[in-house]
Design a protein around this ligand. Structure first.
Ligand SMILES: Cc1ncc(C[n+]2csc(CCOP(=O)(O)OP(=O)(O)O)c2C)c(N)n1
Ligand SMILES: [Mg+2]
Length: 514
């Protein structure tokens, strides 16, 4: 057995059985080993940002890491933006990056670079295997690193000769650290805050946004009068009919401040204190009022369910009924395409157990409130702010959950960063319906221009925010990558196309001209 085969067998033994790949010469032995050892699903991405984004989506939905296979420093570098998003989402990801053979590095061949240096800021764990005999044990440790709560980025760099030289065999998996329990003192303190009579809110993140956590939080809110809040972005929220209701903190600072204005005490359950996405002249960075007391009940990597159970017990909330959303979606909208009409029709049509990957940016500002009473679904958002996450994350989510419909809500500017994902949707026959919002603009940046108070933007500045001339032909782009689609210009056409796409299996793209 060579190092490459010992790696593949170790991955499979550690539950890593999907590999999103974009290989090169230095990874050839690994690619061949994937063929020799049964059980690994290999998915090709035609750009590394697709590969790392797919691993993000897979990790969020499978609650375990996929491997990526990347080609030296440049391959990794192409994937870093979506790796950043995955890291901010605390998605588990195991990167395998090929390098030159150990003895070849000193010759400074063209693809030589400081791979560890590139990997470190975007990884929680980085290691270069020195020889074939250590590859398996390093891979086992990388799996543990990626699976360490709440989900981490592990990057294992494998010089080519570690793949082809003889190895000892696969390595067993060391124990995976469990989530730490939250201390009783923290629970007692949070309970006292909830009983104090001050206006208190719970801010939830991570595992607290799955149905059981939300229900417990809702019981606590019902028993104590506290509010339930969630930041503008989250890794994965279970919402819709039958799920506990929660209020989002809007992205625009001017809208976020009033939501938090009356909060005297904020209890963090896996969340960070809420701050503005950017600084703006004359707007605060911190969104809570200056005298708000912020208390951390639990960190993201701790056992958030246990913390909520203990808190529910401490305030006598277990028997309180949670406030669950009824199934009461809006009616299909007709007539002209507007953001509200789109919100209504999408809310009416979201299928049961759908996975909604949301990178709808400006078009999606209304989606939250209209979809609250849709059929139960999961909603995924970009946690890292690096656009181009949607189509790849949809790819990974569809690979992780082949029995669920993925609805990818994508804006045109963001979609162009990683549109190669559509080719993977077609090749893997993934059940992804992409709704592409073609406003032919970086619309959000027009608002930001006003927010930062940049004086008198002229033609050149405004041209940098306009992505028309030429208009992108999204149906043509999709067809060129094997995904069929249609362009719609009014709501009846949209309703018809979306209904049909959601009913059949397989990839499809609907270009919505706004
Ligand atoms: C990697 C990266 N590059 C650039 C940006 C800056 N940026 C933020 S939003 C945006 C444009 C988004 O346009 P689009 O996706 O079409 O959304 P719209 O507001 O038009 O709905 C850009 C370029 C970013 N966030 N991330
Ligand atoms: Mg746009």
């Amino acid at each position: 057995m060579n190092g490459a085969e010992s790696l593949v067998r170790t991955l499979l033994g550690g539950g890593v059985d999907v590999c999103f790949a974009n290989p090169g010469t230095s990874e050839m032995h690994f690619v061949v080993a994937l063929d020799h050892v049964a059980g690994m699903r290999c998915v090709l991405g035609l750009f590394e940002g697709v590969v790392t984004g797919a691993a993000d989506g897979y990790g969020r939905m499978a609650d375990k890491p996929a491997a990526t296979l990347l080609h030296l420093g440049p391959g990794l570098a192409n994937g870093l933006a979506n790796l950043h998003n995955a890291r901010r989402a605390a998605a588990p990801v195991l990167n395998i990056v090929g390098d030159h053979a150990t003895y070849h590095r000193r010759y400074d061949a063209p693809l030589t670079s400081d791979i560890e240096g590139a990997a470190r800021p975007f990884s929680d764990w980085v290691r270069t295997s020195p020889d074939a005999k250590t590859v398996a044990a390093d891979a086992a440790e990388a799996i543990v690193a990626a699976r360490t709560p709440p989900g981490r980025i592990a990057t294992l760099i494998l010089p080519a000769d570690t793949a082809w030289n003889p190895a000892v065999g696969p390595a067993p998996l060391p124990p995976i650290p469990a989530r730490a329990r939250v201390a009783d003192t923290a629970v007692t303190e949070a309970a006292a805050m909830l009983r104090s009579g001050a206006k208190t809110a719970l801010l939830l993140a991570g595992a607290a946004l799955r149905a059981p956590g939300l229900e417990l939080a809702s019981r606590i809110a019902g028993a104590t009068g506290a509010r339930l809040l969630v930041a503008n972005a989250y890794t994965r929220m279970e919402r819709g009919a039958g799920r506990a209701l929660i209020e989002p903190i809007p992205y625009p600072v001017d809208q976020a401040l009033p939501v938090l204005a009356n909060v005297q005490q904020l209890i963090l359950v896996g969340a960070k204190p809420p701050v503005a996405f950017f600084a703006y002249p004359d707007k605060p960075s911190v969104l809570t009022p200056p005298d708000c007391r912020i208390f951390r009940l639990a960190q993201l990597d701790e056992d958030l369910l246990q913390a909520l159970e203990a808190l529910a017990d401490a305030v006598g909330a277990r028997k309180h009924q949670p406030a669950l959303a009824p199934h009461d979606p809006p009616a299909l909208a007709t007539g002209k395409i507007t953001t509200e009409a789109l919100a209504r029709s999408i809310a009416a049509l979201i299928p049961e157990r759908a996975i909604v990957v949301d990178e709808s940016v400006t078009t999606g500002r209304d989606f939250w409130r209209f979809t609250r009473n849709s059929r139960p679904h999961d909603w995924l958002k970009n946690m890292g702010g690096s656009i181009g996450y949607g189509l790849p994350v949809a790819t990974g989510a569809a690979v992780a959950c082949p029995d669920r419909k993925v609805l990818c809500l994508e804006s045109d500017g963001s979609g162009m960063y990683t549109l190669q994902a559509l080719w993977t949707h077609a090749r893997e026959k993934l059940d992804v319906t992409t709704v592409l919002f073609a406003n032919r603009s970086y619309a959000i940046l027009r608002h930001e221009l006003a927010n930062v108070q940049a004086a008198n933007p002229g033609r050149i500045a405004l041209d940098m925010l306009d992505i028309g001339h030429p208009d992108l032909d999204w149906v043509g782009l999709a067809r060129g990558m094997g995904v069929d689609g249609a362009r719609v210009t009014e709501m009846d056409g949209f309703n018809r196309e979306l209904e049909a796409a959601l009913r059949r299996k397989g990839p499809y793209l609907i270009e919505v001209v706004l």
